[in-house]
Design a protein around this ligand. Structure first.
Ligand code: CAA
Length: 283
């Protein structure tokens, strides 16, 4: 299956990172979001990332311009008519994703693969919103996308082998390492990571230690690059809560119960770095 044009839906943290690595690998990329200003913001982040690579002598200015030249902006979903592969990185909400996939199914060419960057939602259910479930697949990138090597690749029940192999080779071409994972809530990454973060929040909630102490223990004691509370702020507390709720609902086991402190912070609008405040303050 030949893939030349990739459309990325969602120009936020994840979507802009995905667009960047695809353009760096030579793909022609369409970066789409609901509003032109969101796409502009995403392109701005990509521009800054590439400028840092130029400063460090890893890219020439010409290469930077070539990469940026491969990314076109779009705020119209109809543009998916020209895509060979769509990678969806919109918000983590099943209703939004199923509506979007039904729409993409109508618009995108018959040969197009529809991939989702969902961090925990069932691929099979998203695929069922289309008439091409064999061409729907999970492609779960890690944040920050330009730095992190892993892409979890998740087959839905109906995903064709040929589609899996195409996505696996694209993942390798963009310099990432594909790991095959079955379609269960949270896949592997978030099934293991999120309960650890949730437990760190319980540890804070129960007054076992200060936030700084909890992070220090995990950084120095376990060699994690970031402590779990810093990492939660980095991922977004709303995303952490949503993933915990998906695990809780999907497995029905109380061990996945989100910590009340996490709920409280999200209700307060303390969403982590992106809102300027989470467990720590970023103003
Ligand atoms: N975009 C692009 N590049 C970035 C970046 C960003 N947002 N943030 C950092 N970098 C680059 C820097 O430019 C730097 O590059 P060079 O080494 O080439 O110069 C490199 O990353 C290291 O950055 P720093 O020196 O500034 O900081 P650091 O050493 O503390 O590393 C980090 C930053 C890579 C984010 C590191 O702290 C880390 O690995 N943290 C854990 C990240 C993690 O666990 N991600 C997974 C989250 S879970 C997820 O994404 C899945 C989900 O579904 C929720």
């Amino acid at each position: 299956m030949k893939v030349e044009k990739i459309m990325v839906i969602g120009a936020g943290q994840m979507g802009s990172g995905i667009a960047q690595v695809c353009a760096e690998a030579g793909y022609s990329v369409l970066l789409n979001d609901l509003k032109a200003e969101f796409v502009e913001r995403g392109l701005g982040v990509i521009g800054k990332n590439l400028a840092r690579q130029v400063e460090k002598g890893r890219l020439t200015t010409t290469q930077k311009e070539e990469i940026l030249g491969r990314i076109a902006a779009s705020s119209d979903i109809q543009d998916s008519r020209g895509a060979d592969l769509v990678i969806e990185a919109a918000i983590e909400n099943m209703e939004v994703k199923t509506k979007l996939f039904a729409q993409l199914d109508e618009l995108a060419p018959d040969h197009a693969i529809l991939a989702t960057n969902t961090s925990s939602l069932p691929i099979t259910e998203i695929a069922a919103a289309t008439r091409r479930p064999e061409k729907v697949i999970g492609m779960h990138f890690m944040n920050p996308v330009p730095v992190m090597k892993l892409v979890e690749i998740i087959r839905g029940l109906a995903t064709a082998d040929e589609v899996y192999q195409t996505i696996e080779s694209i993942t390798e071409r963009i310099g990432k390492v594909p790991v095959e994972v079955e379609d269960f809530p949270g896949f592997v990454s978030n099934r293991i990571l999120m309960p650890m973060i949730n437990e760190a929040i319980f540890t804070l909630y129960e007054g076992v230690a200060s936030k700084e102490a909890i992070d220090e223990v995990m950084k120095l004691g376990m060699n994690h690059p970031m402590g779990p509370l810093t990492l939660a702020d980095f991922i977004g507390l709303d995303t952490c809560l949503y993933i915990m709720e998906t695990l809780h609902e999907g497995f029905g086991d109380d061990k996945y119960r989100p910590c009340p402190l996490l709920r409280k912070y999200v209700k307060a609008g303390w969403l982590g770095r992106k809102s300027g405040r989470g467990f720590y303050s970023y103003e």
